[in-house]
Design a protein around this ligand. Sequence first.
Ligand code: FE2
Length: 279
Amino acid sequence: MLNPDQRAQFERDGYLVIPAFKSADEIARVRARAAEIVNDFDPTQHRSIFTTRDQLAATDDYFLRSDNTIRCFFEEEAFDEHGQLRQDKSLSINKIGHALHDLDPVFENFSRDPKLAQVARNLGLKDAQVWQSMYIFKQPGIGGEVGWHQDASFFETDPITVTTFWFALEDATLDNGCLWVQPGGHRGPMRERFVRSGDDIKMEKLDSTPWPDSSSAIPLEATAGSLVCFHGLLPHYSAPNRSAVSRHAYTLHATDASAEYSPLNWIQRDASFPVRGFI
Ligand code: FE2
C-alpha cells in the first residue's frame, strides 16, 4: 500500500498524509451515523453536570465511563452563562468517544478496512490493537482548541508503538482549525503521561522539553477523505475554530501487541471485551 518514499517520510517526519484514502460515500455514511448518535443523545442529564458543585468529579466520571462505550461530549463553549445551549445541539457537540469502532456497525465498517490494516502494517504495526475511536466535530464558531500533546501520553507501551490514524471528513484548513505538527518532533521525549488508577486520573510531567512554537510547527491542511498517520510521540495541536464551517474528523489509536501495554493507561480491556485489530 505505502511506497518506500511514504515510509521514509513517516520515519523522517513522524507523519504522513495520504490524500483520497476514503471515498465520499464512506465519509457520508459515518457523517450521517454521527448525526444520528447526536440526535439520539439526551443532553439533559449531562447538562446538569455543568451546574452541580461536584462538577469536576462528575465530569471525570462521565469521561471515565466512556472508555469502552459511546458517549457525546459538549464543546466547552457550548453553554451560555444561564446554562443554555448557544446553538443547536447538533452544533454543540465536541466529540463522540471512545469505542465507536467496536460498538457501532457503521463505524466498525469504516475502521476495519483491509486497506487501513495494510497501511498500519507498513508503518510498523505487525499486530495492531485498536484501543480508541473518536469522532471530532470542531464546530463552527465554538470548536475548541486542543493544546500541544503527544498521543503516546494516553497509550503508553514499552517500547512506544502507538500510531494515530486521523481521517479528514471535511476539508481541514487553517481557518477551521486544522492539525499543526512539529516535523521530526517524534524523536523528542515523551513529556507527559496520563495515568488512571481506578477512578482517579492525572497527568504526570515527565520531561521539561518545551512544546513547539510557530518557528518549528507547520499546519497540516488536508482535504476531505485524506488519512493523516502520525507517530505517537509527534507533538500536535489544533487551534480553535472561529470560522463558519465545521471541521469533522475521525481518529483511531492503535498500538502493537508485541509491546507491553501499560496497566496505567486509561483504556483497558479484558476477555469480556477484547481489544482487536483493523480486520
Ligand atoms: Fe492527539
